[in-house]
Ligand binder design. Structure first.
Ligand SMILES: O=C(O)C(=O)C[C@@H](O)CO
Ligand SMILES: [Mg+2]
Length: 390
């Protein structure tokens, strides 16, 4: 079998979007004085879909959400020529080809995300060519079904957050991730607001359910050291991305100094990036995203590394490419789950592009032993709402 063609298309959402409210999520831009809404650069309203076809007609699907138009250019100009004409079963060789050919300027960020999208499509082909789901090629079924945590609860009116938490508690979720709205720029009032939001959600879900706290890189070490002692009483399962991804020493100090497990990794890349995080005990939970970190080829290696370090892997984001990694290793106890809803930040846009994503039931996800590859197909229902760039 040989790769015959690689097609990368950018799906630009033109449909309805719901503007998030107020300080809905702290983020890296918060530390700068900036009149515009600081989360405006963190939108996922476009998505690049990769379709790789083999000479015997199998089509593999991959996807990338970071800088989609740039990822497409990298795939078209650099990665497609490197894999075309090659045997997809030589996936380690092909991964190394893409990684080393772009090493001078790639390694992390959008290049590794582009490599991930190609690698996902290759693994989709592998599964389809042997009529097996991808997780069966990685280690098989390690769970009867996958526990998942409800992930949204962007910071808004506290009553609205409580109603949202109640709605998904009633749907059987036992773990919830909420977002902070404030950081260092919002001074003590922001600290008070952050604490109030955690208290409000705990009031609804109680202490028999897990609560995770998301900062999305919006704080710094000094602020985190000040607020963490006040957060400990809420017994969070983890505090996510309190500092920017490059501040690994900051991560390590918080992870070793506070009583709250620190999580991160959705903005880290490659096996080497995670070796660094683990060697420096920077995180207590690893959260790579398989469509960023280097695809399934890289994520599978990181799963093994995490098993050796006894650090749980709970990949960032919902999405099928992450569920296969979680299903296939005991190192991953659960998945993140974004519910489908109107397009806001855009984490949920993949539901409008792909068919086949599992819907959580009672806080669990299920994968089909008999659905080959990643188990996705392109959805036609919302095509009218996309501008597709070939
Ligand atoms: O789901 C996450 O962990 C994210 O970082 C998504 C982003 O929208 C902020 O929460
Ligand atoms: Mg996150």
């Amino acid at each position: 079998m040989k790769i015959k063609s690689v097609r990368a298309r950018v799906f630009e959402w033109k449909g309805k979007t719901v503007p998030p409210q107020g300080n809905f999520c702290s983020n890296a831009m918060d530390l700068l004085y900036a009149p515009q809404e600081t989360m405006s650069t963190f939108r996922f309203h476009s998505w690049t879909v990769v379709e790789i076809e083999t000479d015997d007609g199998i089509v593999g699907l991959g996807n990338v959400a970071l800088a989609p138009a740039i990822a497409k250019a990298i795939i078209d100009q650099y990665l497609a020529p490197l894999v075309t004409g090659q045997d997809p079963w030589d996936y380690e060789y092909l991964w190394q080809r893409m990684y080393r050919a772009t090493h001078a300027w790639g390694r992390k960020g959008v290049t590794m995300a582009a490599i991930s999208a190609v690698d996902l499509a290759i693994w989709d082909i592998l599964g389809k060519s042997v009529n097996k789901p991808v997780f069966k090629l990685l280690g098989g079924r390690t769970k009867e079904k996958i526990p998942c945590y409800y992930s949204k609860l962007y910071r808004t009116d506290l009553k609205e957050m409580q109603a949202e938490a109640q709605k998904f508690l009633d749907q059987g979720f036992t773990a919830f991730k909420m977002r902070f709205g404030y950081g260092p720029a919002h001074l003590q009032k922001g600290v008070a607001e952050n604490l109030k939001s955690v208290e409000a959600v705990r009031e609804v879900i109680g202490y028999d359910n897990d609560l995770m706290l998301e900062c999305y890189m919006g704080w710094n070490l000094e602020y985190a050291k000040r607020i963490c002692p006040k957060l400990e009483k809420f017994q969070p399962r983890w505090l996510e991305e309190p500092v920017i991804a490059d501040d690994i020493d900051g991560y390590a100090e918080l992870n070793q100094r506070t009583g709250i497990p620190i999580s991160g990794g959705e903005h880290e890349f490659s096996l080497y990036g995670f070796k660094q995080l683990l060697d420096r005990k920077a995180v207590s939970v690893v959260q790579y995203d398989t469509n960023r970190v280097g695809g399934i080829t890289a994520a599978h290696k990181i799963n093994a590394l995490c098993e050796a370090y006894s650090v749980p892997v709970i990949p960032h984001a919902g999405q099928m490419h992450n569920y296969h990694l979680t299903m296939s290793t005991l190192a991953s106890p659960m998945s993140e789950y974004f519910p489908m809803h109107d397009v806001e930040v855009g984490n949920e846009l993949f539901y409008y592009i792909f068919d086949g994503e599992p819907v959580a039931e009672n806080g669990f996800l299920q994968l089909d032993d008999h659905k080959p590859g990643l188990g996705l197909s392109l959805k036609t229902e919302y095509l009218k709402d996309f501008n597709i760039v070939e």
